[in-house]
Design a protein around this ligand. Sequence first.
Ligand code: AMP
Ligand code: ZN
Length: 115
Amino acid sequence: MADCLFCKIIGKEIPAEIVFEDDRAVAFKDIHPIAPLHVLVVPREHIPTTNEVDDSNCALVGHIFEVAAQVARKAGFAESGYRCILNTNRDAGQEVFHVHMHVLGGKRLGPMLSR
Ligand code: AMP
Ligand code: ZN
């Protein structure tokens, strides 16, 4: 996707601090971290939102979870805990329309679900 920021990071047209990559996914540090560990894991394939996850790409999206766990393990937070977040569309505050998993850790993150 020509106009996609994360496709440009994947294509190395825009620099990012890449912490992991393989043939299906890339993980890089969020430019505005909100925790000591704040990494974004993206599929190499351009999928705009989780609404476009289907039979054809769900194995790839599942791989994102595997990479997130590896990133957390490598950072030393697999046992202490970490949080994975996927924002979809306006009400969730999605800013970049290329599916990405936020992996947050290294501090007590507090309750997520306020009622
Ligand atoms: P979201 O709101 O879920 O779409 O999250 C987008 C995330 O991308 C935000 O946390 C931004 O800080 C992050 N971000 C934006 N531009 C860059 C960039 N060039 N490199 C790394 N992270 C970025
Ligand atoms: Zn993209």
